[in-house]
Ligand binder design. Structure first.
Ligand code: FRU
Length: 489
């Protein structure tokens, strides 16, 4: 694999002209061949393969006819799409849920626990079984298996966990979305569920809670100081709905197998970008660290993204850990799958001249940047495509990293698509940014994943021009790797 040559030249300031905007398919992220997808569902590592199910419309590229699509992968980077796993019917849509491996002396099977969204408006949890490794599914004749008679009870995530007496049990968490509550249930057989407790409401009002998950993480790699982290997605609703749209949050606390207790009030942002939602973790991942996938879009404009014949994609898989930062436990997200491309990258470490430096790169690239803001002063990276741009700016006074996306294509998609977001970085530390651009998907991991922002971007299908400017001529280390393997070049 030849290294990607970052072609450094002085900034010429030439803009590309807009032809018809093409939204290229991502290369290392999952997107369905055609039609609409949203949340990841039923993530599980089983018999050596990673299985991803997902909210899918088998008939069109708008939300509706919700069913579970299915894909699998051996490496989390290249995906094979399979036939629809659970199909909607005229009276029931199949909403989000999870899968566990149910192995006893009598059976060895996968169990999917999902939300039945009935045409009468009620939502309840149902169950299906697969005896062929997740390819075909048989629904339980006892469905729904968990029913409160309400209309916003959804997104069951089932995990294995010890109860207060130290006995291993199945724990199911699901939301009462409008009440902003997570409800916990326990079971020994995945069929009969006892109500245990609830968490919430807390945090912003005017949102629904969706897609909860619960993971146990050592703090600073010390299992003696492990914490439980509750993750959830929030989507603004109502007349005054926040136009920033949907996003993910987390709460650090303790779970004793019965009750979740938060360490501090409120919700903390999990991803500062506009397009990371419904993230959940894989069951039975071979490594100890949980791996999360999210849907890279936002309910505010998801149905406007011009990416026919497919619409919707997953994020990169991210390994989760907890680090003590600024006196509190903070979630850290490390992307998987970029190391290969970075190994093939071309590293240039050159002083950025007074007028800035620029180069061209593929719209499927990984960029690794490192600099010392005490030497450079403020720094700005601009990625520019056919009509649109992304500006990543580090401000030494505030210590904030901001990301602005805009341009004609962004404005045309939706009035709320052009945006400026910010995330706080340690103002005294060097800055390290790992940026993955895979077609319309941009993920920025700052300082080893201490802060993350995921964004859809509309840079078109051609080459992207990148430029860096700094307040003072200074050294910036730049490594650019091409995500396309040898076969695609
Ligand atoms: C989250 C969500 C879930 C629901 C599914 C329906 O994005 O709204 O709460 O199960 O999508 O497609």
């Amino acid at each position: 694999m030849p290294a990607y040559r970052a072609e450094l030249r002085l900034m010429a300031g030439s803009l590309h002209h807009t032809a018809e905007l093409r939204v290229p398919r991502p290369i290392i992220h999952f997107a369905p061949e055609r039609h609409w997808m949203n949340d990841p569902n039923g993530l599980i590592h089983h018999q050596g393969r990673w299985h991803v199910y997902f909210q899918f419309n088998p008939e069109g590229n708008e939300w509706g006819n919700m069913s579970w699509g299915h894909a699998s992968s051996s490496d989390l980077l290249s995906w094979t799409e399979h036939p629809v796993a659970l199909r909607y019917s005229p009276t029931e849509q199949i909403y989000s849920g999870s899968i566990v491996h149910d192995q006893t002396s009598e059976h060895d099977r996968l169990r999917a626990i999902y939300t039945s969204a009935y045409s009468n408006g009620k939502q309840a949890q149902s169950e299906a079984t697969s005896s062929d490794g997740g390819m075909t599914w048989t629904r339980s004749p006892h469905n729904p298996i968990l029913d409160r008679g309400t209309s916003n009870f959804r997104d069951p995530k089932v995990i294995r966990c010890a109860d207060p007496e130290g006995r291993e049990r199945w724990i199911l968490l699901a939301v009462e979305a409008e009440d902003r509550q997570v409800l916990f249930y326990g079971s020994d057989d995945l069929e009969t569920w006892d109500y245990l407790s609830s968490f919430g409401p807390t945090g912003p009002v005017g949102v629904v809670w969706e897609c909860p998950d619960l993971v146990r993480l050592p703090l600073d790699e010390d299992p003696e100081r492990a914490r439980w982290v509750l993750t959830l997605s929030t989507n603004p609703v109502g007349d005054e709905a926040d136009r920033e749209g949907s996003s993910m949050s987390y709460v650090v606390g303790d779970f004793d197998g019965h009750t979740f207790t938060a360490e501090a009030p409120g919700l903390r942002r999990l991803d500062h970008g506009r397009d990371f939602y419904a993230g959940v973790t894989f069951a039975d991942a071979p490594s100890d660290a949980p791996i999360m996938l999210g849907w890279m879009s936002n309910w505010q404009y998801a149905d406007q993204i011009p990416s026919a014949p497919w619409r919707g994609a997953m994020s990169l898989p991210r390994e989760l850990s907890l680090r003590e930062l600024g006196g509190r436990a903070q979630l850290v997200q490390r992307p998987l799958g970029l190391d290969e491309a970075l190994l093939r990258s071309d590293v240039s470490s050159a002083p950025v001249p007074a007028g800035g430096a620029s180069w061209n790169l593929s719209v499927h690239s990984v960029i690794d940047l490192a600099w010392d803001p005490r030497v450079t002063g403020n720094a700005k990276l601009v990625l520019r495509g056919q009509s649109d741009f992304v500006e990543v700016t580090h401000d030494t006074n505030s210590g904030e990293l901001t990301i602005r996306r805009g341009g004609r294509a962004s404005e045309a998609v939706h009035p709320d698509f052009p945006s400026l977001i910010s995330m706080p970085l340690d103002p005294s530390a060097p800055v390290r940014l790992l940026i993955c651009l895979d077609g319309p998907l941009l993920e920025v991991f700052a300082n080893g994943g201490e802060q993350v922002a995921s964004h859809l971007v509309l840079l078109g299908g051609g080459a992207v021009s990148a430029s860096i400017t700094t307040d003072r001529p200074a050294l910036i280390t730049v490594a650019v790797g091409d995500l396309a393997g040898e076969s695609q070049r």
